[in-house]
Design a protein around this ligand. Structure first.
Ligand code: AMP
Length: 282
């Protein structure tokens, strides 16, 4: 596996692969890799000839007072995980080269970026879409892999790729969970042992809503009451949002159907966790 930090070198490798008619699989990440990232890498390995993973804690997607500085970083451990998963190139650009002095161009996806994390983290998706376009211009992937764990991010990226005629096939993959249901996340590293237990209220609420829906309840008001009740039983939990929305457009749903997604953002102590589930399983 090669570790590349220079944008020029990464572009040269991508161009050479393209010239040799090789397909490129690309997994963009912020590092501190876990099994969720590994599942994207494994699918990338299956589909493409050249597997590129990027690690970049992207400053433009963090708001003031968020955890950009403290975001966990461990390149040695990440490299070992990437090697285990058959990664060919680990692309680790630096922020000065990604955002040089004078940088002033951003990509903004409109409606689908506005609710949920877009409302509680203003500017977040603008940072995400901008960096994904930059990374795709550098890596020129045939396939790019994203997790459904970040459901809205995946919806925003799909919209952007369609709207901007980008030549990349976006592949979304299911959320990988710990044995007890907690969605894997680099930010789980922030949780104390007690908070780790409290954090189970997210997956518990998703499971309860799914069960209630499958037993015939379609009223979003009543489904939401159940979800809020389960989360607030944890004294350390503060709900940022708990919303039922259309799985494609992310517009608000009044009646649940098989495509309705329940999207959650909950603070456990100082840690903000997100999770989601399409309650009809579609
Ligand atoms: P991150 O490093 O958190 O920015 O995530 C990089 C990619 O991994 C994104 O496409 C995420 O949606 C995906 N990802 C993160 N956690 C998981 C998970 N538990 N299961 C599946 N994919 C995930």
């Amino acid at each position: 596996m090669d570790i590349i930090t220079s944008i020029r070198e990464m572009k040269e490798r991508a161009s050479a692969a393209r010239a040799a008619a090789k397909s490129i699989s690309f997994v963009p990440t912020m590092g501190f890799l876990h099994e969720g990232h590994a599942s994207l890498m494994k699918e990338g390995r299956r589909r493409g000839d050249l597997l590129v993973v990027s690690i970049f804690v992207n400053p433009t997607q963090f708001g003031a007072g968020e955890d950009f500085e403290s975001y966990p970083r461990d390149l040695a451990r990440d490299s070992a995980i990437a090697i285990e998963n058959g990664v060919d190139i680990l692309f680790v650009p630096n922020a000065r080269e990604m955002y040089p002095a004078g940088f002033q161009t951003y990509v903004n996806v409109e409606a689908v970026s506005l609710p949920l994390c877009g409302a509680s983290r203003p500017g977040h998706f603008r940072g995400v879409t901008t960096v994904v376009v930059k990374l795709c211009n550098i890596v020129r992937p045939t396939f790019a892999f994203f997790g459904e764990k970040d459901y809205q991010q995946l919806a925003v990226i799909r919209r952007m790729v369609a709207d901007l005629d980008m030549e990349v096939a976006v592949v979304g993959l299911p959320t990988v969970r710990e044995a007890d249901g907690l969605a894997m996340s680099s930010r789980n590293a922030y949780l104390s042992p007690d908070e780790r237990k409290s954090a189970l209220c997210l997956s518990r609420a998703l499971a309860a809503a799914t069960q209630l829906y499958r037993s015939g309840e379609v009223s979003v008001r009543r489904l939401r009451e159940e979800v809020v009740g389960i989360i607030l039983r944890e004294p350390s939990a503060v709900i940022d949002y708990a919303e039922f929305r259309d799985g494609d457009t992310l517009e608000e749903a009044e009646q649940a159907d098989d495509r309705t997604v329940l999207a959650l953002a909950v603070r456990i102590g100082k840690t903000r966790l997100i999770d989601n589930l399409v309650i009809g399983g579609l």
